[in-house]
Each structure stands twice: as C-alpha cells, then as structure tokens.
Design a protein around this ligand. Structure first.
Ligand SMILES: NC(=O)c1ccc[n+]([C@@H]2O[C@H](COP(=O)([O-])OP(=O)(O)OC[C@H]3O[C@@H](n4cnc5c(N)ncnc54)[C@H](OP(=O)(O)O)[C@@H]3O)[C@@H](O)[C@H]2O)c1
Length: 316
C-alpha cells in the first residue's frame, strides 16, 4: 500500500479538529492519516483519537518549536486558534504566526487556515455604528483571524483560507439555546432581525476540510467559505419548535441590547451578529452550502443536526 500522507491537526481534541481527525481516520483508503496535536496526549479526548488510529503528539501553539516537531514529516496541516480560551486577538495573531512559521520551516505542502473576516474592512474603527473593542477591533474574535491571512501569505505557506460559519453546536455548548421567557415560552435570542445566519454542524467543518485536502493543492491560495444552511432567527425557532415538540419564539433583540447582556464576550458577539446582519449579502455570499456539499456530501441541514442533537440542548 502506498504510504499515507500525514495531516497534522491543531486543536485535534476540539470541535473543528476532532471532526477532521474522524473524517480522515474513517476513510482508510483515502490516502491520508491524521496526526493529532494536543497539549495532553494522556487526556481522555486524546486517547479517543488514538483509538481511531491517529498518531497523537504533544504540541502547544505558544511554543513554535513544539509545532515544528509536530509538523515535521507531515504533508498537510490544519491550523486553528482558540479565541475563547484567552479572549486575546493579539494571542491569536501570535499563534497563527507560530503555525505559519512552523509550516514554512517544515515544508508543509498544504495548510488549511481556519479564518474569518477582518470586519474592519467593512466597519472601520471610526464607524460608530458599533463600538470599537479592546482599542483596535470591531469583532475581536474575527478581526485577528482575518488579519492573520496576510501572515500565511507573507511567510509563503501554501494555504487554503477556510471561512467557517456559526456552529449550531453553540446551542448546546455556548449558552445560545432557547431559554424560557417571562411567560414561560422558550425564546431563541439573536440580534439579527430578519437577516439569515449561515450555520453549520461543527462536525461538518472537519469533513469539509478533509474534502479540501483530498482535492490536492488545487485550492491552495484560494478562500473557501462553508455553511450547512442559511437560516433566519424565525426559521431557526420554527425548526427548534418542531424538533423539541414545544413552541420556541424568536426573540429578535437589538445588537445594543445583546452587547449589554454582560456575559464575557457579549460585546464581541453583539458586534459579530450586527456585522452579519448589516453585511448580510457579503457574509452569506462568502459561504455557499453548495460548495460545502461538494467537499462533504454528508453535509447536514439544521433539521438533520437537530434530529441528532436537540435532546442535548439545555433549555434552562
Ligand atoms: N463557535 C463557533 O460558532 C465558531 C464558529 C467559527 C469559528 N470559531 C472559532 O473556532 C475557534 C476554536 O476552535 P474549536 O471550536 O475547534 O475549539 P475548541 O472545541 O474550543 O477546542 C479547543 C482545542 O484547542 C486545544 N488548545 C487550546 N489551547 C491550546 C494551545 N495553547 N496549544 C495547543 N492546543 C490548544 C485544546 O486541546 P488540548 O486541550 O487537547 O490541548 C482544545 O481541544 C475559535 O477561535 C473560534 O473563534 C467558532
């Protein structure tokens, strides 16, 4: 059998990376094998990946030398940063730079960089439709990712820029599921008005990334945007009602109200939803479900995702 090409997966125990490891390991004839990067190879999540046949190696995005060791001998690398672990765009930029440097030093043939828009190209800092956050950002968890695109280009790494979408899994893990309103009826809150939100099952991001690696280097230098479906808040509420078997109302608050909710990152997410609402055509245009389905024929709709996951959504 021909030797399988190694894909080094950053964040392999997380939402995006684990989906990619599972996609690679469930296709043993596909010509690839996964090398899962983790800070702790002894963790339960890392052991699950080893049980799938993935090679598990220790690496930390704070340490470029550990990334070079982990990328060494690999054909491809999946690069993602972890904003919600530290809330620092500067750290994201530093981590992206370390991954690009490690990819360059080890001669990686194909990097997929999990990116998002630098919203300051649409909303300059002096545009006061939304507040400037952390001194120099509009949507901190987007802007540094978009800024880092240029780092991969400048360092000269063969990169596909993968624009991801809102994970529907946020309804389970990120406190974004419907909650009872004052009248006891479940309310799904989002400051998007009637605009449609591109969403995706987190598992499908990794499957789409696998589709990109399988196309060879055809997509190097290109930006690929993915989503499972684009749905309005009312459409999401209707789907939730069907799946949960009880009424769910769409609670379309203003971005100002959302920013004021007070949980960590509420201002960042309020700006994010406002950006997606105000620049709906550009944001949706960059994320075509047909493109995602071409890369990943098993792409799930919101209804399919709910059929498997609605029971896991906390409703309190
Ligand atoms: N939620 C959404 O809707 C959404 C949509 C688009 C993009 N995003 C972006 O997705 C990114 C997060 O990706 P994710 O959801 O796949 O992450 P995740 O599920 O939160 O997992 C994070 C993983 O990162 C690893 N990690 C954390 N710090 C590390 C470090 N210093 N060095 C090496 N590995 C480290 C952890 O692995 P170990 O503990 O095993 O080391 C963990 O498995 C964020 O930047 C976010 O902005 C999110």
């Amino acid at each position: 059998m021909a030797e399988r090409k190694i894909i080094a997966v950053v964040g392999a125990t997380g939402a995006q990376g684990s989906g990619l490891v599972r996609a690679i390991q469930s296709d043993p004839g596909g010509g690839f094998t996964a090398r899962a990067l983790t800070r702790d190879p002894a963790s339960a999540a890392a052991k699950e990946l080893a049980a799938l046949g993935a090679e598990v190696v220790a690496a930390n995005v704070d340490d470029v030398e550990s990334l070079k060791r982990a990328f060494s001998g690999a054909y491809g690398a999946y690069c993602v940063t972890f904003f919600w672990n530290h809330f620092s765009p500067e750290k994201e930029l530093a981590h992206a730079t370390a991954m690009a440097q490690a990819a360059k030093a080890t001669g990686i043939k194909h990097v997929i960089w999990s990116t998002l828009e630098d919203t300051r190209r649409w909303v300059p800092l002096d545009d006061d439709r939304m507040p400037t956050l952390m001194g120099m950002y509009k949507v901190p968890h987007f802007d540094a990712k978009g800024e880092a695109d240029e780092v991969f280009r400048k360092i000269g790494v063969p990169t596909t820029f993968l624009k991801t979408s809102f994970y529907w899994d946020n309804l389970i893990h990120f406190g974004m599921g419907p909650k009872p309103g004052p009248d006891g009826v479940l309310a799904f809150t989002m400051p998007m008005g009637d605009a449609k939100l591109p969403g995706i099952a987190a598992e499908d991001i990794g499957r789409c990334a696998y589709g990109i690696f399988k196309q060879g280097t055809e997509l190097v230098g290109r930006t690929v945007g993915i989503a499972g479906e684009h749905l309005s808040g009312s459409e999401m509420a209707a789907a939730l009602s069907r799946a949960l078997g009880k009424p769910v109302r769409y609670n379309a608050v203003t971005p100002e109200a959302y920013r004021g909710f007070g949980f960590p990152g509420a201002d960042d997410l309020g700006n994010m939803f406002q950006f997606k609402r105000d620049f709906e055509a550009d944001f949706r245009g960059a994320r075509d479900p047909k493109v995602a389905r071409g890369l990943n024929p098993a792409l799930q709709s919101f209804d399919q995702w709910l059929a498997a996951n609605a029971g896991k959504i906390p409703l309190e």
